[in-house]
Design a protein around this ligand. Structure first.
Ligand code: C5P
Length: 197
């Protein structure tokens, strides 16, 4: 079965939780594409290497680093994500993953627009910047105002870059999770997938 679910949206909107739940529920493979950009950003910073070279030489060990979920890794990811050659270097891996037998869920920023424009299901998961910053702050702690500033900075960079900016695909279903519980958001996403299976 070739069945792809594309889940895009800004940082901390709930994409990761929803994607894992959808993959579990329907028995699909899951790829967190943000982890690829985080690994490239962290690797380039740690080794002082060119981000394009880091993207071309990405290994499973790079993807398993413990420090990929930090705020710094998120910022580093969004900085390397503006480089077209970095995006190009990660393209085939993502498309091959989407072609897996059995179907797949990919979450990121440009899955429905660039990576899998033919995806059977496209969801755009959003929430207000304040709600997203609060969720991220619960995960990472620290100064709440700084977490909000970082969420806004990342939104700005992701939405205004020239190559594959964050935006809903024309035929994406939008799910605003600002006032939803995790269970409600997962149920809304699963209902969309079930309707197209
Ligand atoms: O989803 P996550 O917050 O882990 O993504 C980290 C960063 O990687 C994003 O802010 C974005 O700049 C970049 N990214 C991207 N395209 C994707 C996934 C992530 O540009 N498909």
């Amino acid at each position: 079965m070739q069945f792809t679910v594309a889940i895009d949206g800004p940082a901390a909107a709930g994409k990761g939780t929803i994607s894992r739940a959808v993959a579990d529920r329907f028995g699909l493979a899951h790829l967190d594409t943000g982890a690829l950009y985080r690994a490239v950003g962290v690797k380039a910073a740690a080794t002082g290497s060119d981000p394009v070279a880091a993207a071309l030489s990405l290994t499973p060990e790079d993807l398993a680093r413990a420090d990929l979920r930090t705020l710094e890794a998120g910022q580093a990811a969004s900085k390397v994500a503006v480089i077209p050659e970095v995006r190009q270097a990660l393209l085939d891996y993502q498309r091959d993953f989407a072609r897996r037998a059995g179907g797949a869920v990919l979450d990121g920023r440009d899955i429905g627009t660039v990576i899998c424009p033919e995806a059977e299901v496209k969801l755009f998961v959003t929430a207000s910047a304040e709600v997203r910053a609060h969720r991220r702050w619960l995960e990472v702690g620290g100064d709440a105002a700084q977490v909000l500033a970082e969420v806004r900075a990342r939104d700005e960079r992701d939405m205004t870059r020239a190559d594959a900016p964050l935006k809903p695909a024309a035929n994406a279903v939008q799910i605003d999770t600002s006032t939803m519980s995790i269970e409600e958001a997962v149920a809304a996403a699963c209902a969309e997938v079930a309707a197209r299976l």
